[in-house]
Design a protein. Structure first.
Length: 436
């Protein structure tokens, strides 16, 4: 099938390349000329494992192309909208500028029978408005939320755990939902749950899923706060409650909290939308989820200051990690980078390292010192802080290696990802989050 994808960021670029890899003819459109040039030349513009090979293969096969010219979408049967919906600068609501611009760009080229499939995360009610706007073209709007995780985006796109299609009553949405079965033919062939529902439910499924995940993380971080007072171990607690199938151990990783381009802004946008709908109380708990999450960043700084005798001023601190999570170069709302910025603000001499995210981090926070090699970050540091649980730190880094680089013997495990006993046995002051 011929498809277009509007927006070639973390979501759209992966979607375009993944759809080409399962046999479709795909054109990706973006207004960013550098991004389009990079993709068209076969260079993934961001770090995402598995993207580079499918990008190259797609371009080589001739089935995948990229352009800044929206006219290139002509002839596609399904047009996916995968542009960003960041937090508005003046509040908590989602900024729909890019979604509206994408629809405006598409409208002149839509033909009767075309399908526009929204994938961006939007406030509930957006899809119904967009459906009205495209109706005069004879195209049909459906909402097809995306659940991919950065770091596993290619796999999550080709083998999703569910497909959700929201359609408008009375439209030819049923036909659209059938056509999308053909688009996602590989996942449909393996009996992936295929849920056809209304537009509002499809939009809500996405924000509900992210709100639930954020709540799960803040729940365990709230337990960490209690554990810190009574000397309990939140990691053992998570293991123990996680054995209950109804609870599950996933997303009970306590530490410096969640970040990224999705969870933080999605819970804020959800609260803002609920307020507009007169149901702010229904999701008031999300404000608490946000507050607990942000407190964890302060906590790392406080713990470090205490370990260093009361203040971080003028202390040399190695910050291991800048990305919001491993296997990503994304620093949007990254707890790791935020901790580095806070330490710098308190006058610490911070050196930040990360296997992938240094360039993005430097662009966003140029005042910090960045080093590519973790040894250079750690050398002569008074304390080491792990804030992104890359395998490089979690599995490969040893007390012996660090002992050769510095006389400092303080390690703060902001992700509870290190072997506490091993570090302590080697003479380090190991401090985890919510652990004795
Ligand atoms: C999240 C959702 O997991 C995806 O399903 C969704 O599609 C995506 O947002 C989106 O809306 O596009 P992602 O932002 O890639 O995916 O990252 P997650 O794996 O959810 O991690 C989010 C944050 O939570 C990270 O900072 C991570 O370090 C943190 N986290 C995760 C914890 O602090 N503890 C945990 O136990 C798990």
């Amino acid at each position: 099938m011929r498809l277009s994808v509007i927006g070639c960021g973390y979501l759209g670029a992966v979607h375009a390349a993944a759809m080409a890899s399962i046999g479709h003819d795909v054109v990706g459109i973006d207004v960013d000329t550098d991004k389009v040039a990079s993709l068209a030349a076969g260079r993934a513009p961001f770090y995402e494992p598995g993207l580079q090979p499918i990008l190259e293969a797609g371009l080589e096969s001739g089935r995948l192309s990229f352009s800044t010219d929206p006219a290139q979408v002509k002839g596609a049967t399904v047009h996916f909208i995968g542009v960003g919906t960041p937090q508005r600068k003046d509040g908590h609501a989602a900024d729909l500028t890019y979604v509206n611009a994408a629809v405006d760009a598409l409208i002149p080229y839509l033909a009767p029978g075309d399908i526009v499939a929204g994938k961006s995360t939007v406030p509930v009610g957006t899809a119904a408005d967009l459906a009205k706007r495209i109706a005069p073209t004879g195209a049909t709007l459906v909402w097809n939320p995306e659940f991919l995780r950065e770091g596993y985006a290619v796999k999550d796109t080709i083998e999703p755990d569910r497909i959700v299609i929201g359609i408008e009553a009375g439209s030819d949405g049923e036909r659209a939902a059938d056509l999308l079965r053909e688009v996602y033919h590989t996942a449909v062939a393996t009996d992936t749950p295929y849920i056809v529902t209304d537009l509002a439910t499809a939009e809500l499924v996405k924000v509900a899923a992210n709100a639930f995940l954020a709540t799960k993380i803040s729940f365990i971080n709230a337990m960490a706060e209690i554990a810190e007072v009574v000397g309990a171990d939140v990691t053992d607690l998570a293991d123990a409650i996680g054995h209950d199938e109804r609870i599950g151990r996933k997303f009970l990783g306590a530490g410096v909290g969640f970040g990224g381009g999705c969870l933080p802004k999605d819970i804020r946008a959800f609260s803002a939308r609920a307020e507009e709908l007169g149901r702010g109380d229904s999701v008031a708990f999300l404000r608490e989820v946000d507050a607990i999450n942000l407190r964890r960043r302060d906590r790392v700084v406080d713990v470090l200051a205490e370990a260093l005798g009361g203040a971080v001023y003028q202390k040399r601190i190695a910050v291991l990690g800048a990305a919001f999570k491993p296997l990503s170069d994304d620093i949007r709302d990254s707890p790791a980078l935020d901790v580095a910025v806070r330490l710098h603000g308190f006058g610490a001499r911070v050196r930040v390292t990360d296997p992938q995210a240094i360039d993005n981090a430097r662009r966003a926070q140029p005042q910090l010192e960045y080093v590519a090699d973790r040894a250079d970050a750690i050398r002569d540091a008074d304390a080491v802080v792990v804030v992104t649980e890359w395998d490089e730190y979690r599995r490969e880094m040893t007390p012996a290696e660090l002992a050769e680089l510095t006389d400092g013997r303080i390690i703060i495990d902001g992700r509870n990802c290190l072997d506490a006993a091993a570090w302590r046995a080697a003479g380090w002051t190991y401090i985890g989050m919510g652990r004795p």
